[in-house]
Each structure stands twice: as structure tokens, then as C-alpha cells.
Design a protein around this ligand. Structure first.
Ligand code: H79
Length: 433
């Protein structure tokens, strides 16, 4: 009897240790996701040999370029001005907290010293420098988290099972999912072994195979990532709601809840951290003709609105083939930097506020502080904050600290504004009871 009792106690103990372990993992994951949410603003970089053709990252597909001819571009890739330190310094000054870099885009060219294929920046170009290695080092120096964009689709490799994108066809007899899958996993292993702690892997291209029966073997691939770096988050731009162990939900060219670009139709907003990625002009990779840049004010308002919607904002830059960032992008970064230096407190580390987005703008919140971002013109000099469970005791202008007149009403609080200053974002700081 005594022996049975002891065995039972040991068994219970083992179970409770296992449960504690599971909880520990969950708590850690939770913390990593929260830290990601706190960072709020990142820089997306689309850079590869496509940059040389200066017509965006889809140029190979859009112009139906022959795969072998396209590959010869690598022989001329020599970005003489590339300086990872200069880039990351600028990103940091702009207030960004992380960088998402295209390790390998749909064209299949790898921007690091991969051993999985000679089609990479070190082995196939006269430049011979490990771009990702240099960027990883520079990010560490600036304390910027590094994320890797990684394409599931590949227009160059003849073992990739072609899907909807059929402009760069290959003989289907060479298709071999097993070798292609092994290649991707070998590359991911390198990316997560050789470049220090990586904040996230950002997948893209899965929509090339919308058929339900196509099996990307994501579970195994995601498990590999978590095994190599348990703190590395996984996001996938499959234009749908998150699946498996994905840590955050992506939105392309739209804020959560919008669908102007047509990529967010099927996705519901999940409880996971959210991230909206967006171009400054209309193109991700460098385009010499695309001068359709959004204004700095517009981009700042989008960043703030993303924060109000509880989402991070990942703003894209397509560096030039000479290794410099486009002048317009640098200008925009400087403006954002000035704004973030003055107002970053109302963005970083906040969550979407208890007052949902209104016609006049959005709110962000940290503890008892509710930041009211008035982004649009207010007509009658007052705004109404619908509040059901909370109430406000005091409201001041964030910048001048001048006190605002408020009036408690049924269902919320009315704030009487002074003459609205001509600001990108007129911020008030309210104290919640
Ligand atoms: O890296 C940037 C883009 O190159 C990549 N994602 C961002 C971050 C991207 N590639 N394509 N898309 C985004 C949009 C996909 C469009 C599609 Fe289609 C429309 C996929 C399916 C329908 C075009 C038409 C491609 C296949 C069919």
C-alpha cells in the first residue's frame, strides 16, 4: 500500500512539473509577443538583385524574364555604397525598433552566405560580402531586433512546385517537393544559427498554392524554427487568419480591419499581436519610376492609427542597387524620427486604447494613461469619448500640458478643445480613474 502511495505521489509530481514547464513556455512566449507589441515600429527592407532592374521585386515574374538570363544579373551586383551601419543608424534615429530583411524573395536569390545553393550574394556576385551578416552585426550594435522575410515560393529553382505564378515556368518533370522542402529547412537552419538571436521569421508566398490539399508541411517547419530559437516568432503572410503556432498576424498594405488592397478579405482579426506592412510609394523593391510617395504626415498618421488599432507598423524601403536608400525614403525617415522623438511615449509600449477608433482619430493606452490622438480636423471644437466601463478624471494637452475642459455625460466624456493646432497628430493625455 505504502509503495503504491509513493508511486502515486511521484506520478503526480511528474505531472505537475510537466505542467509547470508548459506554463513556463507559455509565459515566455507571452512575454516575447508582448515585447514585440511594445516595439510598435519597424523597417521592412526589400533588397536583392531585382533592385538592379529598378522595377520592383516582381520584375522577373511581371516581365516573364527567362530564369537563366535573370540569374546573370548576379554577376553585376556590386552595391559599392552599402553600409549596414549607416542604414541602421538612420532606422534607429527614425524611431524604429526592428528591421525585417528579405533574406530570399520570390526570385529565389539568397542575400547571405548560404551553403544550400550557390545562388547567393557571396558566391554569385563580385561583391562577395555577406549582406545579412553585416546587417545582423549592425542591428546588434544599434539594439534593433532583426527579423527575416523568407519566401516559400521560388521562381528560380526547378524543384519548386509551381503554383499560380506561371510567368517563369520550368519543366514540371523537375519538380521535387522533397528536395525543395529540405533546401528551405537547411536555409532556415542557417539563418537561425549563424546570425545571433532572430526576432521573427516572416513567411510569404504560400498563396501561390491556394489548393487546400497542397501540404506545405508547416508544422514540421515551424517546429524546426522553435527548436533552433525558441524565442523566434513566426508570422506568415498567407492572407488568412493565423494557423498553427504562428505568433503574430500580418496585414499587407492595410491596417487591421481594412481591405483596400484586397489581401485581407478572409482574415479575421485574431488575439495575436498584429502587424501591418506598408510601402512608402507603391512598390516594395526599388523602382526608379515610382515617385508616388505618401507624405511623411500621411505615414505618421498611419503609424499612429496602427498603434490605435493595436498593431505594429512595418514601413518598407527598397534600397537602390548601389546600396544607398532612396532620397525620398531618407527624408520620410527623418520626419518620422522627429515625431517619434517628441511623441514616442504615446506609442511605444502602448496598446490600442479603451476608446475604439473614432472619426477624429484613435487612442492608445498604457496603464491609467489614455493618449488621445486627434488626427483629423474637428469641426465644433469638441470630441466625445464613448466610455462604458471607465471614466476620465483629467485631460491635458500632451505637448503644452494645458488642462482641457471636460464634461461627463451619459456613455462617455466630452472634451472641449482649444483652437486645434496645425499638427500631424494633436495629442491629449487623459487620466483614467
Ligand atoms: O514582398 C512583398 C510582395 O512582393 C509580396 N508581399 C509583400 C510583402 C507579395 N507578392 N505578391 N503579393 C504580395 C500579392 C499577391 C497577389 C496575388 Fe496573385 C494575387 C496572389 C494571388 C492573387 C498574382 C496573381 C499572383 C498570383 C496571382
Amino acid at each position: 500500500m505504502k509503495r503504491i502511495l509513493i508511486s502515486l505521489l511521484i506520478f503526480i509530481n511528474i505531472i505537475s512539473i510537466a505542467a509547470q514547464d508548459r506554463n513556463a513556455i507559455d509565459n515566455k512566449t507571452q512575454r516575447i509577443r508582448e515585447e514585440f507589441q511594445d516595439r510598435k515600429f519597424g523597417i521592412f527592407l526589400h533588397w536583392g538583385i531585382y533592385s538592379m532592374l529598378a522595377d520592383g521585386e516582381w520584375v522577373m515574374h511581371n516581365r516573364s524574364l527567362d530564369r537563366n538570363e535573370y540569374a546573370k544579373l548576379a554577376g553585376g551586383f556590386y552595391p559599392s555604397h552599402f553600409d549596414a551601419r549607416e542604414w541602421t543608424k538612420l532606422f534607429k534615429e527614425a524611431g524604429a525598433q526592428y528591421v525585417t530583411f528579405t533574406s530570399r524573395h520570390h526570385d529565389g536569390f539568397s542575400m547571405w552566405a548560404t551553403k544550400a545553393s550557390p545562388y547567393n550574394v557571396v558566391d554569385a556576385t563580385p561583391f562577395k560580402r555577406d549582406v545579412i551578416g553585416e546587417l545582423a552585426q549592425a542591428c546588434q550594435e544599434q539594439k534593433l531586433k532583426l527579423h527575416f522575410y523568407y519566401s516559400h515560393m521560388d521562381w528560380q529553382r526547378t524543384d519548386y512546385p509551381m503554383g499560380r505564378c506561371r510567368s517563369c515556368p520550368h519543366d514540371s518533370a523537375t519538380t521535387n517537393w522533397e528536395t525543395y522542402y529540405a533546401f528551405m529547412n537547411k536555409q532556415l537552419t542557417e539563418l537561425l544559427t549563424n546570425y545571433g538571436p532572430i526576432g521573427a521569421i516572416w513567411f510569404d508566398g504560400m498563396w501561390d498554392h491556394p489548393e487546400k490539399e497542397f501540404d506545405w508541411q508547416l508544422d514540421e517547419q515551424y517546429a524546426l524554427i522553435k527548436r533552433l530559437q525558441p524565442a523566434c516568432m513566426i508570422g506568415n503572410n498567407h492572407h488568412g487568419s493565423p494557423i498553427g503556432v504562428e505568433d503574430f498576424q500580418l496585414f499587407e498594405q492595410d491596417l487591421p480591419g481594412q481591405n483596400t488592397a484586397g489581401f485581407s478579405g478572409d482574415q479575421k482579426i485574431s488575439q495575436l499581436p498584429l502587424e501591418t506592412c506598408m510601402t512608402m510609394n507603391n512598390t516594395w523593391g526599388y523602382s526608379i519610376t515610382d515617385r508616388n510617395y505618401k507624405s511623411s504626415e500621411d505615414l505618421i498618421r498611419r503609424l499612429v492609427t496602427a498603434a490605435g488599432l493595436n498593431a505594429n507598423f512595418l514601413l518598407n524601403i527598397g534600397p537602390r542597387p548601389d546600396g544607398k536608400l532612396p532620397d525620398q525614403s531618407v527624408e520620410i525617415l527623418k520626419h518620422i524620427g522627429t515625431f517619434m522623438k517628441e511623441n514616442g511615449e504615446t506609442i511605444y509600449g502602448t496598446r490600442g486604447g479603451c476608446v475604439p477608433p473614432q472619426a477624429w482619430g484613435v487612442t492608445t493606452q498604457k496603464g491609467k494613461k489614455l493618449y488621445i490622438h486627434i488626427l483629423n480636423k474637428v469641426e465644433n471644437g469638441q470630441i466625445f469619448l464613448p466610455l462604458t466601463e471607465q471614466s476620465i478624471t483629467k485631460v491635458v494637452s500632451y505637448d503644452s500640458k494645458a488642462k482641457m475642459k471636460i464634461q461627463q455625460e451619459k456613455g462617455g466624456c466630452r472634451i472641449f478643445l482649444p483652437e486645434q493646432p496645425d499638427l500631424v497628430d494633436f495629442i491629449l493625455c487623459a487620466t483614467l480613474k
